[in-house]
Design a binder for this molecule. Structure first.
Ligand SMILES: O=C(O)CCC(=O)C(=O)O
Ligand SMILES: [Fe+2]
Length: 204
């Protein structure tokens, strides 16, 4: 299945619900959950240090250092499974990636707040390829008000259910014009593992 373009104004979003087969996605979820050295780093939130409401890991080519929410992350060396997935994602998107951020949402209580992936090392129009394994969670996008003319109504926020094995590609002006989040849910849901492949420019 090719990637299909999702209709969101002033954004570039492509989606394939069946990028990985259910069997591939399940196998990868089990392997990565067990083999990744998951961490729960503190983040600064309103001036206070609090644990992130999810587990994370950062893999990449040597030198692909990245700062995220005030954290400096040195990449772990690629696991064979992640290398293979990177190649698959590169083939499908026609883009090169040198790193991947893994987020493990252990339950519906784990989440990620609204943000844009607009750190300088990602460049002005980053391409971010997001693979989901495990539970379906809603990915929310809302407009950045400053990015839209004040004279017209703002576009509405949207919810995309990201299912296991799906691939979502954000590119072009998406990060400049929209924020995204993975809200908590009160529904009982199993773990969800998300991988966002990125191309970061090494800092020398
Ligand atoms: O878990 C997700 O689908 C979103 C992850 C995300 O936005 C990020 O890693 O920057
Ligand atoms: Fe993000």
């Amino acid at each position: 299945m090719p990637l299909s373009l999702l209709p969101l104004p002033a954004a570039e979003l492509r989606f394939d619900a069946h990028f990985l087969s259910p069997a591939e996605a399940d196998k990868l979820l089990v392997t990565l959950t067990a083999e990744v050295p998951w961490r729960q780093d503190p983040i600064r939130l309103f001036g206070k240090q609090v644990p992130q409401p999810r587990l994370t890991a950062w893999y990449g080519d040597a030198g692909a250092a990245y700062s995220y929410s005030g954290l400096q992350l040195e990449p772990l060396p690629w696991l064979p499974e992640l290398q293979q997935l990177r190649r698959q994602v590169e083939q499908t998107t026609g883009t090169r990636f040198n790193s991947v951020l893994l987020n493990l949402y252990r339950s519906g209580q784990d989440s990620m707040g609204y943000h844009a992936d607009d750190e300088p090392e990602l460049g002005p129009e980053p391409i971010i390829a997001s693979v989901t394994l495990g539970a379906t969670r809603s990915f929310r996008l809302k407009p950045r008000p400053a990015a839209f003319p004040a004279s017209a109504p703002l576009p509405e926020a949207v919810s995309l259910p990201l299912t296991s094995g799906s691939l979502l590609v954000m590119s072009g002006s998406t990060q400049r014009n929209w924020l995204h989040a993975l809200p908590k849910t009160a529904r009982p849901v199993g773990p969800r593992l998300n991988l966002t492949f990125r191309l970061v420019s090494p800092k020398y």
